[in-house]
Design a protein around this ligand. Structure first.
Ligand code: F6R
Length: 577
């Protein structure tokens, strides 16, 4: 959460910093701000709201600066809580991503020394500490400051009369971009890829100093570290809307390509473990739950499903015979990363199914499998989810020692996508309801969870997902004509069971939209509306069902006038606990 950009070079910093922030808005959009050095003074533009507000203000002149787009943790979204923050002299400025957990104690200490705070944030303590610790060397002041900080952070600091930017990382991502007579900091490569493809990913407990000519990286003891320069191999074009109204829609329609690319990913995983634990958050966790069903069904290996934010605080009884598989689009999710670290500590083998190449999780796991979804910008995950599912199929077949015959998937997905107008019409019919139920059974139950999550997060409609057979144990009491149900009921081994559950809903005057297999006429008798998907081998239905669920949520959000790319209160990369 929160995006940071830093620039030092010979060009005007303002535009570079703002265009970088625009690429990072998926990390938060509560406020935005820029600080630029000009004639040994720091000038700041910052405002509550989206980056475009700061963009439309008068440009700051200067060739060194830092910028920030915020996802609020401490302190409401407001002008006063917008980054960058300066110390009282106005000589130092900071932008921060993460949480300083001991900020109250530090704030109290600084207040007792006469410091006046201008915000309600945890971040502001950093700049006052740097100012206090400064004795002629900015890097030394930051190193001293770091010793006082607890929590997770990536931050950048500038000083009005110093031609340098200092960045530090512990828990939140920070990357350095290398240019000609210019260098960059950013939370993620997308912010700087139009300027350079050569990057250095900072590791935790590293601090870097950049000038326009030089980059140096040290550990938190101040010892110089070798520079691990990597080349980024994707283009900016992939991270643009290309004529679609929203990134989310573009990413939904990219899914056939994503499937084709991800099917090519080789899996080389040895089978010497006794059990598998899948761990992830949100949409990625639903992909891992589908994975559990698939691996148990196809490879006959027991799989434990865990939510990362819970996993790290419970007794896990992990040992060196366990295989911990984490899934993460961003590769930066704090809870998932913590699960990796915990698993490694306990001696388990870790595998990461990750989209963002060289992200922290990708670097820390013992083995990594990259999904090939390309940059996913929409905050709600779509194409990354389908790529995660593909890897779970591949993994299940690999572990079973069986061939994965995937030929029918891509054309059938295209067929489902071609029904977008029909799904849009359904959205029109249902978008004013305030509550939804989603049901599914067996490997389609996680799809109900995913469909409900998509609807909640972008349309702000309350939606609950249940295994269809669970309805009678409570939620059926909610069913009325005011609460429609989206039922996932393809022709599979549990079809008759789910069909009966749909009848139970109809008997209580509930409206039902069913995702069903083409040719199934019976389902019409119990459903108000049917979205037909083509017939496929039954294990592949989760892939096909994904599409109508995503499109339904997207069109409803659009009809309600919400921006699906920027759902309220959310950020794409959740780097805090
Ligand atoms: C929902 C969504 C989130 C993410 C979750 C994990 O649409 O995108 O639930 O799936 O925050 O993120 P990653 O996959 O980056 O670890």
């Amino acid at each position: 959460m929160c995006g940071i950009v830093g620039y030092i070079g010979e060009k005007e910093a303002n535009d570079i910093l703002i265009s970088g922030l625009e690429k990072l808005e998926y990390r938060g959009y509560d406020s935005a701000g820029v600080a630029v050095i000009s004639n040994s003074a720091i000038n700041i533009n910052k405002k509550k709201g989206r980056v475009e507000i700061v963009k439309s203000a008068a440009k700051l002149s200067g060739t060194i600066g830092i910028s920030h787009t915020r996802w609020s943790t401490h302190g409401a979204p407001s002008d006063r809580n917008a980054h960058p923050f300066t110390d009282q002299s106005g000589q130092f400025a900071v932008v921060h991503n993460g949480i300083i957990e001991n900020y109250l104690e530090l704030k109290e200490e600084l207040r007792n020394e006469g410091v006046q705070f201008s915000s309600d944030t945890d971040s502001e303590v950093i700049v006052h500490l740097v100012a206090k610790n400064y004795q002629g060397n900015l890097q030394e002041a930051v190193l001293k400051t770091i010793k006082r900080l607890q929590g997770a952070y990536a931050f950048c600091v500038i000083k009005a009369d110093s031609p340098e930017i200092i960045g530090a990382r512990n828990g939140s991502p920070l990357v350095i971009g290398l240019g000609k007579k210019e260098n960059f900091f950013a939370s993620d490569v997308s912010a700087i890829i139009e300027h350079t493809r050569e990057v250095i990913y900072l590791n935790d407990f590293q601090i870097a100093r950049i000038t326009k000519e030089l980059v140096e990286v040290r550990n938190f003891h101040g010892e110089e570290q070798p520079l691990d320069v990597r080349e980024v191999n994707w283009t900016l074009e992939k991270a643009q809307k290309q004529g679609y109204k929203h990134f989310m829609l573009k990413e939904i329609f990219e899914q056939p390509d994503v499937i084709r690319e991800t099917l090519k990913v080789p899996i080389h995983l040895s089978k010497n473990f006794s059990r598998i634990i899948v761990v992830a958050c949100g949409t990625a966790s639903y992909a891992s739950l589908v994975g559990k069903y698939l691996i148990e069904e196809i490879a006959k290996i027991p799989v434990i499903y865990e939510i990362a934010s819970e996993f790290r605080y419970k007794e896990n009884l992990l040992n060196q015979h366990d295989l911990v598989v984490v899934i993460s689009q961003s590769g930066e999710t704090a809870d998932t990363l913590a699960a990796v670290r915990l698993a490694k500590e306990k001696g388990a083998k870790t595998v990461g199914i990750v989209n963002v190449v060289d992200s922290t999780i990708a670097r820390e796991v013992d083995e990594r499998i990259y999904t090939r979804a390309g940059p996913e910008i929409g905050v709600a995950s779509t194409k990354a989810f389908i790529s995660q599912l593909i890897i779970m199929y591949k993994l299940a077949f690999h572990l079973a020692g069986k061939e994965f015959n995937s030929g029918e998937i891509e054309p059938k997905i295209k067929e489902v996508l071609s029904k977008h107008e029909e799904i849009k019409r359904l959205a029109q019919k249902y978008y004013l309801y305030q509550n939804f139920l989603y049901i599914g059974r067996n490997r389609n139950f996680p799809l109900a969870l995913e469909g409900a999550l998509k609807l909640k997060e972008i349309s702000y409609i309350h939606a609950e997902a249940y295994p269809a057979g669970e309805l009678k144990h409570g939620p059926l009491a909610l069913v009325s004509e005011e609460m429609p149900t989206l039922a996932i009921c393809p022709k599979d081994s549990v079809y008759a069971k789910t069909f009966s559950n749909i009848e139970e809903i109809k008997a209580r005057e509930g409206k039902v939209i069913t995702i069903a297999t083409e040719g199934d006429q019976d389902i019409r008798k119990v459903s108000n509306d049917v979205i037909y998907i083509p017939k496929v081998e039954e294990i592949f239905y989760p892939l096909l069902c994904t599409i109508p669920l995503q499109l339904f949520a997207y069109y409803i959000a659009e009809l309600k006038g919400h921006d699906p790319d920027h759902p309220r209160s959310l950020a794409k990369s959740v780097t805090v606990e």
